[in-house]
Design a protein around this ligand. Structure first.
Ligand code: 5GP
Ligand code: ZN
Length: 113
């Protein structure tokens, strides 16, 4: 399958990996939008948020859990941070393997542009 993030999981493409367990992989975004900008992905290929099934719910929770743990580890959990998941074209999704953006280390505004 021609999926960039599956290739990162299989180590066919290099990435700056910051966390890995049996179910998820986390690595620094190549084009960071904040002092910390980490992508957290399931090892299972799921193309978009629309493709999540009931059997995947624990996995999706694990993405959020990993984000919170990484924020705590990096010391900005109490100050605050932002997590984002983009879905399909109008949502700004460019890589079709679901991923959670964890961004921290600066102030974010809302609503986002
Ligand atoms: P999306 O726009 O789909 O929500 O987010 C995709 C993210 O993947 C973008 O923030 C982009 O910078 C990042 N990205 C794209 N290609 C690569 C890559 O080869 N390596 C890494 N580490 N990040 C990538
Ligand atoms: Zn994939």
């Amino acid at each position: 399958m021609d999926c960039l993030f599956c290739k990162i999981i299989k180590r066919e493409i290099p990435a700056d990996i910051v966390f890995e367990d049996e179910h998820v992989l986390a690595f620094n975004d190549i084009n960071p939008q904040a002092p910390t900008h980490i992508l957290i992905i399931p090892k299972q290929h799921i193309a978009t948020l629309n493709d999540i099934e009931e059997a995947d719910l624990a996995l999706v929770g694990r993405l959020q859990f990993t984000a919170a743990r990484l924020a705590q580890e990096r010391g900005f959990a109490d100050d605050g941070y932002r997590v984002v998941m983009n879905c399909n074209d109008q949502g700004g999704q460019t890589v079709y393997h679901i991923h959670m953006h964890l961004m921290g280390g600066r102030r974010f505004t809302w609503p986002a542009g």
